[in-house]
Ligand binder design. Structure first.
Ligand SMILES: Nc1ncnc2c1ncn2[C@@H]1O[C@H](COP(=O)(O)OP(=O)(O)OP(=O)(O)O)[C@@H](O)[C@H]1O
Ligand SMILES: CC(=O)C(=O)O
Ligand SMILES: [K+]
Ligand SMILES: [Mg+2]
Length: 566
């Protein structure tokens, strides 16, 4: 069932502007017949049009005005449970062998996936292309707004694949060889290929070699040319292309590998691929400084003028924590990549780093994802551990924008169940904290760097405060660039935020941000008519009801209105 319905059309097809047939009523005939909304309080903050040159009025597009894009899942959630109970925390799923079929991707979307992540450490461009195609098809045919995030490999040291094996078990006391040799013939047993040529020179006998942040540990016992012999001291499962770090005297060793570029030659090719595929986000692994983010952003800007790709900084190294504020300021968002982070800083420092990153992102108005091992045991088991549920709750309580599944959805046995756990824990914890009014207010510094942005920011702060004080059902924001919606999200109001944008790509990018329910809708500079039409469209689909109290904002008019749905 298609999810882009004309107001008066019951045709079960997607109505794309170009495909609208003459049988669809014209704009004038679909105007709702009820009178304009009764204003409880009408507050207009109008500023001269010149303050915001980028907020031009979108041409009134007759064809597109008759429809609104929303997916069936959002629609039925709103219908059945009302605004208040919608999930605010967004969910990112890594797509892998367990979830790459069209049916599996759809099951994830239905289960609440907001962003699909593809990890360029694995798979071919053809494989990733097919995944992206499936996500796009789902969006077009079913009205979803699932964004695609490409995650770069980065040039940190990692193992090669395991000669086709899905995993290998390393037992206590076993001797394994780590080598930079290229083996043509079948490789000898217990041999692991390392991607970094300087490996044998950099390690020393006595060093500890940590696989995957310490999931398996080895001690270096001998170096023979390019081969490094190691004894397993903490047994475990080796996974293909797992990350490797080495430690000396309890400290992470940063030898020449510290000089490896953040974006490798292979990463640049992957980024070109991502640009050509029109991915929505590029997450950069092992960011060390803001420069690399600035460099990538100008690279992207020079190559795609018509579409925007947001750049997310993955915070997973000691360097990235050192330069945190500058990196986040330069980026469009960040990821707390706890997997590698736990291999680069002491494990006991990971929780406080997470809290610091989440807070910094919120203050700087950048979306933040908490990632890795949230439900790790669900790779193998159908129920999470209590500790995992507590970990998910903590990230929700910190009000991170999004939570991410890695192995749980990429190669685990219970991807859908893992997503259900994230969804239900998020909903429950959000409601609990909201009802008990347990959230501490956070000081939100001004992020605007122009006067027009400052106006928008003040409007959002005031609207969020009003929304809480008046107990409104939802804030509606008509946003061209998405910026106003994200500033509202930053305030983390008690009610959900309906974000209307005429751009499908802005809609997808907004889907990563806390509390936003993004809709695609063409709108004009005339708020009266925008509101009437939006109310009519949403009411026709049962998503709002007469009497609902809403606050409506527009980034074109710079206005705040409070009203009951007529
Ligand atoms: N496209 C893929 N093809 C095959 N396996 C995959 C794919 N994506 C993920 N996996 C599997 O899922 C596991 C966990 O996912 P993922 O690699 O995303 O973890 P991660 O810790 O987030 O990675 P990284 O730190 O490299 O970004 C991987 O070790 C791999 O076995
Ligand atoms: C997600 C990721 O890259 C990590 O946790 O290391
Ligand atoms: K990666
Ligand atoms: Mg990582």
């Amino acid at each position: 069932m298609a999810q882009s319905l004309g107001l008066l059309s019951s045709r079960p097809t997607v109505i794309m502007p170009s495909k609208l047939s003459s049988s669809i009523p014209s704009v004038t005939s679909i105007r709702p017949s009820f009178p304009c909304p009764r204003r409880l309080h009408a507050l207009f903050v109008r500023a001269a049009a010149s303050v915001s040159p980028d907020l031009g009025v979108i041409p009134f597009d007759g064809a597109a005005t008759s429809s609104i894009d929303v997916d069936k899942v959002t629609e039925s959630e709103l219908k059945e449970n009302g605004f208040r109970s919608t999930r605010r925390t967004k969910l990112v799923c890594t797509i892998g062998p367990a979830t790459c079929s069209p049916e599996q991707i759809e099951a994830l979307a239905v289960g609440g996936m907001n962003v699909a992540r593809i990890n360029m450490c694995h798979g071919t461009h053809e494989w990733h292309h097919e995944v992206i195609r499936q996500v796009r098809r789902l969006n077009e045919e079913k009205g979803f707004a699932v964004a695609v995030m490409m995650d770069t490999e980065g040039s940190e040291i990692h193992m090669g694949d395991l000669g086709g094996a899905a995993s290998a078990k390393a037992e206590d006391g076993e001797i394994w060889t780590f080598s930079v040799r290229a083996f043509n013939s079948p490789r000898p047993e217990r041999t692991i290929i390392v991607n970094y040529d300087g490996f044998a020179e950099d390690v020393r006998v006595g060093d500890l070699l940590l696989v995957d942040g310490g999931m398996v540990r080895f001690e270096v016992i001998e170096k023979i040319g390019p081969d490094v012999k190691c004894r397993c001291i903490d047994p475990g499962l080796l996974l293909p292309r797992a990350n490797l770090t080495f430690w000396r005297n309890s400290r992470l060793v940063r030898e020449r590998n510290a000089m490896l570029p953040t974006i490798s030659s292979k990463d640049w090719l992957d980024i070109d691929f991502g640009i050509s595929e029109g991915v929505d986000f590029i997450a950069v692994s092992f960011v060390k400084s803001a420069e690399v983010i600035n460099h990538l952003k100008s690279y992207i800007a020079a190559r795609c003028r018509d579409k925007e790709i947001a750049v997310l900084a993955k915070i997973e190294s000691a360097d990235s924590l050192k330069n945190l504020e500058a990196i986040i300021l330069a980026s469009d968002g960040a990821m707390v990549a706890r997997g590698d982070m736990g291999a680069q800083i002491p494990l006991e420092e990971v929780p406080s780093s997470q809290q610091r990153i989440v807070k910094t992102c919120r203050q700087l108005n950048k979306p933040v994802i908490v990632a890795s091992q949230l439900l790790d045991s669900m790779i193998e088991y159908p129920t999470p551990t209590r500790a995992e549920v507590a970990d998910v709750s903590e990230a929700v309580r910190q009000r991170a924008d999004a939570l991410m599944l890695s192995g749980e959805s990429a190669m685990g046995q219970y991807p859908d169940k893992a997503l259900t756990v994230l969804r239900s824990v998020s909903l429950r914890i959000e409601r609990w904290w909201r009802e008990e009014k347990r959230h501490e207010a956070m000081e939100l510094p001004i992020v605007a760097n122009s006067f027009s942005d400052k106006i928008i920011e003040e409007i959002c702060n005031s609207a969020a405060k009003m929304a809480n004080n008046l107990g409104v059902d939802a804030v509606f924001v008509f946003t061209t660039t998405g910026h106003m919606a994200s500033l509202l999200s930053r305030c983390r109001p008690d009610c959900p935020i309906f974000a209307f944008t005429s751009s499908t790509s802005v809609r997808r990018r907004l889907n990563l941000q806390w509390g936003l329910i993004p809709f695609r809708l063409s709108f004009s500079g005339d708020m009266e008519s925008n509101l009437n039409r939006t109310f009519a469209l949403l009411k026709a689909r049962g998503m709002i009801q007469s009497g609902d109290l809403v606050i409506a904002l527009s980034d074109q008019l710079l206005s705040i209105q409070v009203m009951n749905v007529p």
